[in-house]
Every structure is written in C-alpha cells, then in structure tokens.
Design a protein around this ligand. Structure first.
Ligand code: 6CS
Ligand code: FE
Length: 281
C-alpha cells in the first residue's frame, strides 16, 4: 500500500500528512489490549510522568511484543516510509506515548531530528515518523500541535537544558530526552516566529488513523486534562543509508536500534491472525 501522489505532496509541503482509517477497529483494539501489560512492566523502557505514578511512554515494544512487532512491519507503514525516504528502511525507534486522561503531561515544542543528531550521531534527517492513533484524537485530549512547513527550515534554534528535572535526578542521562522538560526544545521567540510565518495545525482523527511527519517538523502537545486517553504509537523509520555510528556510550537499544537490516513487511492480515504472517517476498 503506497501513499498517493497527493499525500506525498502534502507531506513534502506541510511536513506531515494524516491518513485516516489505516487500521480497523479490531486491529486498534488488538493493539490497545497489549497496553496494560506493557504499561505495568517494571523496566527502564517505561518512563513515568513526574511523580512516578502515571505512565508517560514505553519504548522498544516492537522488540518485546508480538503484536507491535507485526504492527512495525505493517506494509502500509514500511512501504510509505520507503516511498518518503526513497530507500530501504529499518526501525530506528518505537514508542507508545500514553498521554493518560487527566494526567498526561506536556511535550514541549521541539524537533525530533536534533535528538538523533546530537544524542546518536544520525548523519541526516532522512528519517520519518509514523504516529498511529489508538484513541480518537480531538481538541480536548492533548492533540499534537504542528507548525506546518517548519521542516523546510531544517534544524531551528533550540534551547539546550542540561539539568535533569528533580523528579528524575536518579535516572540515567538519556531520561532528559523523554520527559516533560526535554533537553532540546524550541524557544518561545522561535516558536512565535515560526507560528506567525507558517500557522498552527492540530490534526484530529479517529483511532486507526496514521499521521506521517517529518523529523524536522516543529511540534508539541499540551497536557491532557480531559477524561479521555490519547495513546499514540510512534514508529520512526530510518533510511538504511543513514545509519549512525554508535559508540560505547550509545543510548540503550530501546531508544536507538542496533538492527539496521532492511525491514521486510509482513502480510497485512498478519496483525490479526495468530500465525506469524511471515515476511512477504
Ligand atoms: O530522544 C529521543 O530519541 C526522543 N525524544 C524526543 C523529544 N523526540 C524524539 C525521540 O522520540
Ligand atoms: Fe517529538
């Protein structure tokens, strides 16, 4: 399944494209059925909101959970990523952001590529994000805020905060890239300049929709004070021609994958069937 030429044009112009109804209600329910176990796992893959009580994100579930292993190899996602990056791809990072009802905290204004450039040594922004909506996303439950077209400016001026939030003072350094106060955020003046120049967007959509977005798109999301969850699966596909050289002090493999072999997509129906579904071709 490929993106249409119109969808590719939107992605290139705006830095994102929302594709509705990519996953069926049954497939979304299958994915959501995996969340309680993943969110209750006591592991460094699981990052809590300040206070430690509410799950903020879990990372690397494509490597530990069979349903998300299959989702990450879904032909729509893999073939779209190949199309947008014009090369074979591999899974660079996988995360599920819970953005829990009432308690899901903010994601400050930022770009994603600068984290992979500065923390992992990624050569270029030849990498694409896919975001699978597991809940209906409305204006109330913490939708992503985007600055359409901001990706055309490459890496924009960002603030670098070195000190960890006190709540995470006993966590490893990499936690500073994953919490409500992140290491590289875009400052207010720059956000005002960009939003004045390009405008703002907050794509809303039914569960099962997929938002594809550029790694240099400036984005954020507000806290979720609504009574409705806003869980999103983010799968980041990197070009196999853009693999960072990871040193001894590289971040954990659940944040930056060590497996850069070209990804072979599974059969579409593999998501729902119990059998492995096996790679195609
Ligand atoms: O550091 C990282 O890899 C993650 N942190 C942010 C804020 N965006 C990119 C990525 O998910
Ligand atoms: Fe981000």
């Amino acid at each position: 399944m490929h993106l249409t030429s119109g969808q590719v044009e939107s992605f290139e112009r705006d830095g994102y494209v929302l594709v509705p109804d990519c996953f069926s209600a049954a497939e979304v329910e299958l994915m959501k059925g995996e969340l309680p176990a993943l969110f209750s796992e006591n592991s460094p893959r699981r990052v809590a909101e300040v206070g430690g009580r509410v799950v903020r994100s879990v990372y690397g579930s494509h490597a530990t959970n069979d349903v998300f292993r299959r989702v990450s190899r879904h032909p729509l996602l893999v073939e779209a990523a190949r199309q947008l990056l014009d090369s074979e791809v591999y899974i660079y990072q996988f995360k599920i952001n819970a953005k829990a009802a009432f308690d899901g905290d903010v994601w400050e204004w930022h770009q994603d590529f600068i984290f992979w450039l500065k923390e992992d040594g990624m050569p270029a922004a030849r990498v694409v994000n896919t975001a699978i909506f597991l809940d209906d996303i409305t204006e109330f439950n913490g939708p992503m805020f985007l600055i359409p077209g901001s990706h055309h400016e490459g890496v924009v001026a960002s603030r670098t905060a070195e000190e960890p939030q006190p709540a995470y003072s006993d966590s490893p350094d990499w936690i500073n890239n994953l919490t409500a106060k992140i290491r590289y955020s875009v400052g207010h003046a720059e956000v005002e300049r960009l939003a004045t120049k390009y405008g703002l967007a907050a794509p809303k959509g039914r569960r099962g929709s997929v938002l594809f977005f550029d790694s240099n798109l400036v984005h954020a999301s507000p806290a979720n004070i609504s009574p409705f969850n806003r869980a999103i699966v983010f799968i980041t596909y990197n070009s196999v021609e853009n693999v960072p050289t990871l040193g001894e002090d590289a971040r954990p493999d659940f944040l930056v994958s060590r497996d850069s072999e070209p990804l072979v997509p599974f059969e579409t129906e593999a998501l729902l069937s119990s059998h492995d579904g096996g790679p195609r071709g």
